[in-house]
Design a protein around this ligand. Structure first.
Ligand SMILES: NC(=O)c1ccc[n+]([C@@H]2O[C@H](COP(=O)([O-])OP(=O)(O)OC[C@H]3O[C@@H](n4cnc5c(N)ncnc54)[C@H](O)[C@@H]3O)[C@@H](O)[C@H]2O)c1
Ligand SMILES: [Zn+2]
Length: 673
């Protein structure tokens, strides 16, 4: 395979996992696996700069702000951190820093708590609003949820306009408790404290957030209009005096050796902390020096995150079992002789896939080295071949699905062995949950527990069956009743009118998330056309790589999947893009001046322009006081800065598309407020 192709496929994969992790708070792979994908991409991009894409995930921060929240443009962009995995990485960092400033350097070392990054703004001594990081430029307004966290002061004794940044987290003990409650209620556990914190904060109902024992520590003063400080440590002291719970145990170090000493101490002692830390953050202390170093597109040059190496131990593989996930991927898991790692007893380790087992030559009864990093899922690192006795048994991936007995397949270029039977019971439950979820068909009241009931009672067998449910089928179900039953049926019926991308996302095609679904819908306009397209046509779509293209084609080759789609059509689901005809488009942007800047996630520049103009708006090129709003995408640059200076509303593509669907100018104006 050529390098460009490999790079593009890696980008597809990373984008997909970013969406799962940042936008849906439910990662499918471990952080180590993810970090390895990114490292591989960075390496290839460095070796082949001619193929580096401007929209590469190595160029940008995190996720995006979900449309269900109001959007907030950060006064100061909320960036990520570059990573160090060894002391020699830290020494390289120190050298880079000293080369840049040519002066003595003082560092501050802080805990890297594994949680969710938030920015909070105060003015006139009062809490104004708080937001998630989002894509670094635009975040989600989660003010009401943050106000439920006891350690966030609502009033402070300073009238200056202040922006602080911190990490919302949950203690080890509370994490365990919440996961126990989840399993009591037959709900899925959270993969790690970060997912739990993120999932709890990004709730539309603050009451739900309030139920979760969240805490925060503040690690930076992002902006202060009047207070002047020389160093980061000085600003932390100031924040502490104002009543913020500032990152505990931070230390000012005179040189990189002191930094490393401090890190060594916490590597040994982190088990005793009440919260999980996944590393330490090293920051230049002098604010003047920081300013002279500046930023890359993704992170400051004056800071780096050191990630702890994972703890390793020896144990034995007693058995290898397989499980079928929502997308049909059959994952092999090693059953281990229990061993204590990073404070917990470990008896399972993921073996990822067939290639992983082959590469490492893993057999049942092997003695292996296992490790546990920031994640809950431990990994098998290597087989200790010297300890083989001849009793080892080779393992092969099953050629039939262990649940439905249909033949399994392994697609070309993919590492996963899968059951592609869309009616496989193991996949059905997760598949229906996904279908009904807010990013797919968004069916109110159709949550995990109801879906389980419907399956257990044989009321449904696949997603299409949802549309034949009658009220009398469900009214007598546990916790149901007259009103909920009516609401449920109404919500299901309403979803028939959903726009095409929701249906495509709902089908659960591997590697096609919300974004991929929108691209497909906007490009083909009609589900039938998508079903009949070819991989070679699909790879021509913007941001579509071979992995995504093949996955779409394979999905619609399957008889079972075609049958489900046919049934959905019979029940009257919309399978076309919902577009207004040109002549009855409402002039919702009449008289408005709109500036377009940066690269939008799915819309081409000309399309966006056309959408503005056909609705009576004027697409202008420079930001001024008379600009109505700015539509900004990735790498928005100076126009965005200007808009922020002038206090002009900035929106992203999703909001723009929403505005386009509104029926009057008044609606647009009130939505923009
Ligand atoms: N499993 C997956 O599918 C998946 C997908 C995407 C990302 N990830 C994980 O997320 C990581 C990238 O996430 P990221 O961009 O948030 O970077 P990061 O978590 O590696 O580091 C940046 C973050 O650290 C936090 N932080 C905690 N303590 C801090 C302190 N004292 N000072 C400054 N910042 C502090 C901040 O919130 C900041 O946003 C990856 O390394 C990967 O492990 C996993
Ligand atoms: Zn199956």
């Amino acid at each position: 395979m050529n390098v460009e192709k490999i790079i593009n496929e890696l980008i597809d994969k990373i984008n997909y996992h970013n969406e799962k992790y940042y936008n849906e708070d439910s990662p499918e792979i471990s952080d180590i696996e993810y970090d390895n994908l990114v490292k591989e991409l960075i390496k290839l991009e460095e070796e082949n700069p001619q193929f580096k894409r401007i929209d590469s995930p190595t160029n940008r921060v995190g996720g995006k702000a979900l449309e269900k929240f109001n959007q907030i443009t950060h006064k100061i962009p909320m960036l990520s951190l570059s990573n160090a995995y060894s002391y020699s990485d830290l020494k390289d960092f120190d050298k880079r820093v000293r080369d840049m400033v040519n002066e003595d350097i003082e560092y501050v070392v802080e805990f890297k708590i594994d949680g969710l990054s938030v920015g909070i703004t105060y003015d006139n001594g009062e809490f104004q609003y708080g937001a998630t990081r989002g894509n670094g430029v635009i975040g989600e307004d989660i003010s009401k949820n943050l106000m439920t966290i006891k350690n966030i002061p609502l009033k402070i004794n300073d009238n200056d306009e202040i922006v602080v940044r911190g990490e919302v987290y949950i203690s080890k003990e509370d994490f365990k408790k919440v996961n126990e409650q989840q399993s009591e209620q037959d709900l899925q556990g959270f993969a790690n404290p970060r997912n739990l914190a993120a999932g709890s904060l990004r709730q539309l109902d603050p009451k739900l957030t309030a139920k979760r024992p969240l805490d925060i520590f503040i690690f930076n003063l992002e902006y202060s209009q009047n207070n002047q400080f020389k160093s980061h440590s000085e600003s932390l002291e100031f924040l502490s005096k104002l009543g913020f719970s500032v990152s505990p145990n931070y230390k000012v170090c005179k040189n990189i050796d002191e930094v490393i000493e401090h890190i060594k101490y916490w590597t040994e002692n982190r088990e005793n902390l009440e919260f999980e830390i996944d590393g330490m953050v090293i920051k230049v202390n002098s604010l003047k020096q920081r300013e002279s170093m500046g930023y890359t597109a993704k992170s400051p040059r004056w800071a780096i995150a050191y990630k702890f190496p994972a703890e390793k131990k020896k144990t034995k593989i007693i058995d290898i079992i397989v499980e079928v996930g929502r997308t049909g991927t059959i994952t092999p898991t090693a059953v281990l002789e229990p061993v204590r790692l990073a404070g917990t007893s470990v008896s399972r380790a993921t073996l990822h896939n067939e290639d992983y087992i082959k590469e490492k030559d893993i057999k049942i009864n092997d003695t292996v080295l296992v490790q546990k990093a920031g994640d809950i899922i431990p990994q098998v690192l290597e087989v200790i071949k010297e300890e083989r006795t001849g009793e080892e048994v080779e393992f092969n991936m099953p050629d039939k699905c262990p649940v439905c007995s249909e033949p399994t397949v392994r697609l070309e270029g993919e590492s996963a062995v899968k059951c592609i039977n869309i009616s496989c019971p193991a996949q059905i439950r997760r598949g229906i949950i996904h279908f009904a979820s807010r990013d797919a068909m968004n069916i109110d009241g159709l949550g995990e527990s109801i879906i389980s009931l419907l399956l257990n009672e044989n009321i449904i067998n696949d997603i299409s069956d949802l549309y034949k449910i009658r009220k009398e089928d469900v009214v007598n179900l546990e916790r149901m009743g007259e009103k909920s039953a009516t609401n449920l049926i109404n919500a299901i019926n309403k979803s028939k009118e959903n726009d095409l991308w929701r249906l495509i996302n709902g089908l659960g095609i591997k590697f096609i998330g919300t974004k991929g679904a929108k691209i497909l819908a906007n490009s083909y306009k009609d589900l039938d056309k998508i079903m009949n397209t070819t991989a070679s046509e699909l790879v021509n779509l913007e941001e579509f790589g071979e992995t995504m293209a093949n996955s779409v084609v394979e999905f619609f080759k399957e008889d079972k999947n075609i049958k489900v789609v046919d049934k959905l059509k019979e029940y009257g689901l919309n399978t076309k893009v919902i577009e207004n005809e040109n002549n009855d488009i409402n002039k919702v942007f009449e008289g408005m001046k709109i500036v377009l800047t940066g690269t939008l996630p799915t819309l081409k520049r000309n399309d966006a322009k056309e959408m503005i103009e056909s609705r009576g708006g004027k697409s202008t090129s420079s930001v001024s006081k008379s600009t109505t709003f700015v539509l900004a995408g990735e790498e928005a640059g100076s126009k965005l800065t200007k808009a922020n200076e002038l206090g002009i509303k900035v929106i992203d593509e999703d909001t723009f598309i929403e505005l386009c669907k509104l029926s009057s100018k008044e609606d647009v104006e009130s939505r923009l407020k």
